[in-house]
Ligand binder design. Structure first.
Ligand code: NI
Length: 395
């Protein structure tokens, strides 16, 4: 393990350079063409075969030289966000309005660093390693493509990781069970009837109806759902009307729900559908709710979490493993893979009090991370993959 650790540490500069390159050139979900190209070019150098799934998903496959079977999947997300970077750093985003504000640049660099080290150690394992460089995590679109293309077929384990500014560098969060909420997105289209503002009786006010819907659906959380099970409901966008003195014919809301059980997830959808339709009807308007699934709840397999925790502790004496990181109502569509393969999502601490920008939260224009975390992420990928495929004694 020490020797492997040294091999991973030797790739630190390589990973930092890659991370900074991705950071300078962020790309939005399903537009990660340059990023996918860089990933392929690196896999090519390590003699890891690869294929594209969809426009920007890259699947790398590395077979071990030993006899034996077994398949482990390692996943990193690769997309950026429509956020303007406010950090004044040498590697700041060169694209206005787009930024790696969720650390996916670091995840991609860590997995490439791991792929490099694993390719140099192919004589130490049998079976197959699959590297899933997943686009469109932020929009919940990337994971199903890999699943539908059979990238998980035969996989026995899947491991993924995410940067965690809430944890100090050197800490790895490996919480068994529920980690993140299920996420859904909704659009509510309200269709009324236009009229002069002085004759409301001739119209149906879509703006007024939509306003009532915003207020009423919050009441579902307070008065319909169980107070002991978290349900979150947020409307983040509201558009209506054309001018100040006309009854608005159309209104549109956009929002999201966060739930932790499938039963509640479906129930909340039904409540929102009913509430929107009935409230619109009171104003003589009509409402239609359009749902899209972003991700299921993220639930770490207890056994895989224990295995990964054992590997994480082996990464160094200074490593702290926490198994009780609080539930987050943010989502991550790594959850989709875990529905098919026992898997674990690790949270790699990236905060360092000596570097104040690393204390800022994800999805902010001033988010940054301590790049020493790249080595820990890569170390976890490498250690876990070789441990499982090398058929060492299970923890
Ligand atoms: Ni993320």
């Amino acid at each position: 393990m020490n020797e492997l650790r040294d091999q991973v540490c030797a790739e630190k500069e390589y990973m930092i350079n890659l991370r900074r390159d991705f950071h300078r050139h962020p790309e939005l979900s399903l537009q990660e063409r340059r990023t996918a190209g860089v990933i392929e070019q690196e896999l090519e150098r390590f003699e890891i075969s690869h294929t594209r799934i969809g426009a920007t998903s890259v699947l790398g496959i590395l077979r071990g030289a030993q006899s034996g079977s077994g398949v482990v999947a390692l996943r990193a997300d690769i997309d950026a966000l429509p956020i303007q970077e406010t950090n004044d750093v040498e590697y700041r985003s060169q694209t206005d309005g787009i930024m790696h504000a969720c650390g996916h640049d670091a995840h991609t660099a860590s997995l490439l660093g791991a792929a490099k080290v694993l390719s140099q150690n192919r004589d130490r394992f049998g079976g197959e390693l699959r590297f899933l460089f997943q686009p469109a995590e932020e929009t919940g679109k990337g994971a199903p493509d890999f699943i539908n293309a059979g990238a998980l077929d035969g996989a026995e384990r899947i491991l993924g990781l995410h940067s965690a500014p809430d944890l100090p560098l050197g800490t790895i969060g490996l919480t068994p069970g529920l980690n993140n909420a299920a996420v859904d997105h909704f659009r509510i289209l309200v269709h009324g009837k236009a009229a002069h503002v002085s004759t409301p009786q001739l119209g149906a006010d879509a703006l007024y109806a939509a306003s009532q819907i915003v207020v009423a659906i919050q009441g579902l959380v307070a008065r319909r759902s169980s107070p002991v099970e978290p349900v979150l409901l947020g409307v983040g966008k509201f558009a209506a009307g054309t001018t100040y003195n006309a009854v608005a014919e159309y209104a549109e809301l956009e929002g999201t729900t966060r739930t932790i059980s499938q039963e509640t997830r479906l129930q909340v959808r039904e409540w929102i559908d009913q509430t929107a339709e009935q409230i619109a009807a009171i104003s003589g308007a009509e409402a239609r709710v359009i749902w899209s699934d972003i991700t299921s709840a993220l639930i770490n397999d207890p056994q895989v979490s224990r295995e990964a925790a054992e590997v994480a502790k082996g990464l160094g004496d200074h490593i702290q493993v926490v198994t009780n990181r609080p539930l987050s109502l943010g989502g991550d569509n790594f959850a989709e893979y875990q529905r098919f393969v026992p898997g674990c999502y690790a949270y790699i601490g990236t905060a360092n009090t000596d570097l104040p920008s690393t204390l800022n939260s994800l999805h902010n224009g001033n988010f940054d991370l301590d790049e020493n975390a790249l080595v820990l992420g890569a170390g976890l990928y490498v250690g876990y993959a070789l441990w499982w495929l090398g058929r060492q004694e299970k923890p």
